[in-house]
Design a protein around this ligand. Sequence first.
Ligand code: XIL
Length: 382
Amino acid sequence: MFKKMNAIILLCSICFLSCKEAKKEVTEEKAKPKVSLKNTFKDDFLIGAALNTAQYKELDTVQTNLIESEFNSITPENDMKWEQIHPQKDTYFFDNADAYVAFGQKNKMNIVGHTLLWHSQLAPWVSTIKDIKVLEQEIEKHINTIAGRYKGKIDAWDVVNEALNEDGSPRESHFYKVFKGESYIDLAFSLAAKADPNAELVYNDYNLWKPAKKEGVIRIVKNLQAKGIKIDGVGMQAHWSVEGPSIEDIENSIIAYSELGVKVMFTELDVTALPNPWELDGAAVEQSYERYENDPKMNPYSNGLTEEAKQKIAKRYEDIFNLLLKHKDKVSRVTFWGVNDGQSWLNDWPIKGRTNYPLLFGRDNNPKDVYYNVIGLKNQVK
Ligand code: XIL
């Protein structure tokens, strides 16, 4: 009997001790900061992703966990654009934008607003306004209502998107034509500054590495500064390919913009590996190349990337991130245009129905090899 009691006590003690051990392990596991993009670059810049509606509405748990663990900044891929949020003169649609902002707040993320003024994805009713006074009033109402609603909640607004041609001259958008010049940019930035004084205000565009287009950005920024109108950053969209632009051109732009005294942000980074029907220049969303749809030559990796293509992408991402790290004192945020390859707009632009691999997470939401190449750079940078 006595022996039996002893055996039970011994068994209980072993059990108790090993449970305690296991508990300790779990706590230690939790305390270790997880390897992630946001942790890896936490002393360098914010790491962001553009989210589609399903993502910030948390419709897929795997993606929600991924977004929350990897990114500390978010941008709405489409849901704050004029046609979405203000489709008719007196009709606003805030449900999605509200949910987007709430998701960012819940996760204490840097929340980007994209975008207040853009010629593309503009509500059709705005394009019918030909009178400058009326257009001024409508822009004022639009910016006051939207930037005002999210005052104190949005960390950075892309105030004006894509106001330049490739040679740096002003794009002849609807706004430009009605205002007969670029003063609509002044108006938009002044209104945004008033509506949400603490938000960072950004001019955002593609191909800002181009020397000629760079001159256009410098003109816009200097003009605002000369008039005492607040501008805090230049957003380089960064829709790039494995071939270009050159690291040197990107670097020259980073330096030139930062010399203006504004932050440089990479706002829409992705790297295409697919052939492009290149008479195409830039990233203007209205361009489309229907004649290439279903052409297998234009969609070479529909069954997966070759080893060679994978390595090219990995090398390209390494070169880009090495440059960004070199200029981490000037670069405040790096945002990917999407979370995983499956959702990327580059599967359907500029040619519909292709299979592209421009991001760091695959269609299964797992990190790809290139993800580890990027993370690995931090151990090599002095
Ligand atoms: C793209 C979205 O990703 C697509 O879903 C949409 O169909 C078109 O617009 N520059 C920008 C982004 O500033 O808003 C664009 O986003 C990509 C180019």
